[in-house]
Design a protein around this ligand. Structure first.
Ligand SMILES: O=C(O)c1ccc[n+]([C@@H]2O[C@H](COP(=O)([O-])O)[C@@H](O)[C@H]2O)c1
Ligand SMILES: Cc1cc2nc[nH]c2cc1C
Length: 349
């Protein structure tokens, strides 16, 4: 489906499936709501898929990999060449996220959506990196739409292969600069309120990063009411791809997991394009990037993992997989009040 068709078919969660799922939790022999967010996450998954039967047997991580022209402004601690190296290392299990996937029984599908050189990962390249947003728009509007559609198509492809839940991830030197710029515009916040040190910037580097974001926003005046304009002028191909995955999840009824700062900003962008997509996003952790909590609040998300992680790649999203599987094991296998012949709790009013 193209972007327009995708946006049109995003509707509310399945209330009936959620009601049955909630009833199942309430019948399990334990104090009501005592598994907290583990319960509400599975109820949400039932609402997303339209079935109270929770199947997490096939899990995937899709790290969207791309370069950012704004790196030329000196806003990062490491050079652009790191993007391609780490992107290819997903395939050889030499990234943190790949090892976590192996441990969690998840498959990994790294996508080159805009790395500055040719790579051996899944080729969905829109361009060899974005333009430097401090000088010109990062990409054209048409490229932004193609990026969103790339994410939508990835979800469809993985659903057709039988994947039941998909974690988002990314790799792209400079992508905390683009993410902060997108967040500043969408939230109407000054750059300093939404910008952190990314992958280990110095304090002097942080000042330069904030100044660069301010310059790009002043130069292009992205239209806050037009998320595609914001994405095209100050975003990145990775953000486009991930935002597309959230839209695809909502349209194809597949739970898609939010990872760290970049992923959460992409989720916010997707929500601005399709407000109902919010219900289809599964939150995992709160990144240590200072504005992460602000973005998650804007998304009404209350993640269950607080681990001070800020690695990206999808590490936080994949860390949620074993937690969800444990919750599903209780949901599916635990005795009910009637099984063990004790009186059921009356649901709280
Ligand atoms: O996901 C996060 O919360 C996160 C926070 C800080 C850094 N990162 C990772 O670090 C890279 C971007 O950092 P930077 O400083 O180059 O913009 C990119 O590859 C991300 O995966 C990720
Ligand atoms: C080595 C390295 C690995 C990463 N993974 C995500 N962002 C990263 C940034 C660097 C520098």
């Amino acid at each position: 489906m193209n972007l327009e068709e995708t946006l049109k078919c995003i509707g509310p969660l399945d209330e009936e499936a959620m009601k049955i799922s909630r009833k199942r939790w309430d019948s399990i022999a334990k104090p009501l709501y005592s598994l907290g967010k583990l319960e509400s996450l599975l109820v949400q998954i039932a609402g997303i898929t339209g079935s109270q039967e929770i199947d997490l047997s096939k899990k995937a991580l899709v790290p969207m990999c791309a370069d950012n022209g704004v790196v030329a402004e000196g806003v990062t601690q490491t050079g652009q060449e790191v993007t391609a190296i780490v992107a290819e290392n997903f395939l050889t299990c030499e990234t943190s996220a790949a090892i976590m996937c192996k441990n969690a029984g998840a498959d990994i599908f790294p996508v080159d959506i805009g790395v500055a050189v040719d790579t051996n990962i899944i080729n969905r390249k829109i361009a060899y990196g974005t333009k430097n947003m401090a000088v010109e728009p990062a990409m054209t509007r048409e490229e932004a739409i193609r990026g969103l559609e790339t994410g939508i198509a990835m979800v469809k492809e993985l659903k057709d292969k039988g994947y039941k839940i998909i974690a988002t991830g990314e790799m792209g030197i400079g992508n905390t600069t683009t993410s902060s710029a997108v967040a500043a515009v969408l939230l109407g916040q000054p750059a300093e309120a939404v910008t952190g040190k990314g992958a280990g910037l110095t304090s002097a580097g942080l000042e330069k990063k904030i100044a660069t974001i301010k310059k790009a926003i002043a130069l292009h005046k992205p239209d806050r009411e037009d998320p595609i304009d914001v994405l095209a002028k100050v975003g990145g191909f990775d953000i486009a791809g991930i935002a597309g995955m959230f839209l695809g999840g909502a349209a194809y009824h597949v739970p898609v997991v939010i990872d760290g700062f970049i992923s959460a900003v992409s989720a916010l962008l997707a929500c601005r394009l399709a407000p109902l997509a919010k219900g289809y996003m599964i939150s995992s952790h709160v990144s240590k990037e200072p504005a992460a909590h602000m973005i998650l609040e804007a998304l009404d998300q209350s993640p269950c993992l607080h681990c001070d992680m800020c690695l990206g790649e999808g590490t936080g999203a994949v860390a949620l997989f074993p937690v969800l599987e444990m919750a599903a094991a209780v949901y599916q296998g635990m005795s009910t009040f009637s099984d063990i012949e004790i009186e059921e709790y009356k649901p709280l009013s």
